[in-house]
Design a protein around this ligand. Structure first.
Ligand code: OAD
Length: 242
């Protein structure tokens, strides 16, 4: 921890990259592992672009659960610590999460690689709506439709779809120009997000991982902080500001 605190003090530009483990302490289930979403649902049947085209109502059983879980979740103290890192050189938060908790906590420089549950999208006419305007109906199991009649979907990246290219370009640029990257709560198995830390390292950055367990990227890390994201980030900030 002390070495990471020093690295933060020295860093000119910091990038934080987060995955589902960041939100576990806010009560949101991760994707992999025993209690993960993908142990209960097959993503190819429920969260892929082909599944949505062939049976959007079926996909909405999963979307509704995700919206229900994420919409009323509150960011934990670790999120506030990430906000506070803006005073210490944080230039970007790159997240694979679709729950919007970084913004809810007050982070301003958030790049959502996998989209957001907070917006709804019509694939036919491109119309967008705010999820919050329809959340009561969605939770009553009403499937949102666009004025054109098409079933809408959350504006998240479904399996088989490309990532939002502009966001991805901004993420690569932040990573290539940072001097410290902190990778938090991701199993590091989904590309291209899993490549961000090594890209940062190749560009000369120090890379740090925060996770409750080791991942395929752990051996490449300069520092591994084992523990829950909230606990570790709060301790990091306390030491930084003491
Ligand atoms: P995963 O569910 O694959 O991994 C979550 C990671 O968080 C694991 O490495 C856990 O060990 C770790 N973890 C769990 N609790 C933690 C805690 N309290 N503090 C810190 N770490 C903790 O989630 P992601 O890596 O985010 O994509 O998954 C990547 C993508 O796969 C998701 O964005 C989603 C999924 O398919 C799409 O839906 C497009």
């Amino acid at each position: 921890m002390e070495k990471v605190v020093e690295a933060v003090r020295r860093a000119e530009s910091i990038v934080v990259s987060t995955g589902a483990g960041m939100s576990v302490e806010s009560g949101i289930a991760p994707f992999r592992g025993e209690n993960g979403l993908w142990s209960k649902f097959d993503p190819h049947e429920m969260a892929s672009v082909t599944a949505f085209r062939s049976d959007p109502e079926k996909c909405w059983t999963l979307f509704k659960l995700q919206i229900e879980e994420c919409f009323y979740a509150e960011p934990h103290q670790g999120y506030s610590a990430v906000v506070a890192l803006e005073e210490h050189g944080l230039d970007a938060v790159i997240t694979q999460n679709v729950d919007g908790l970084h913004q809810k906590a007050g982070s301003e420089k958030v790049l959502e690689l996998h989209g957001t549950l907070n917006d709804l999208l019509c694939d036919s006419c491109g119309n967008q709506k705010k999820t919050e305007d329809l959340v009561d109906e969605i939770l009553e199991k009403k499937i949102p439709r666009c004025e054109c009649g098409t079933v809408m979907r959350p504006d998240v990246v479904l399996f088989g779809e490309p990532l939002p290219q502009r966001t991805l370009r901004r993420a690569w640029s932040a990573v290539e120009n940072c001097s410290l990257l902190i990778n938090i709560g991701t199993s590091a198995v989904v590309q291209p997000a899993a490549s961000l830390p090594l890209t940062a390292k190749r560009s000369g950055a120090v890379i740090v991982e925060v996770n409750v367990e080791k991942t395929p990227l752990t051996p490449s890390m300069d520092h591994f902080l084992e523990g829950k994201a909230g606990d570790v980030l709060v301790e990091l900030l306390e030491r930084l500001e003491s």
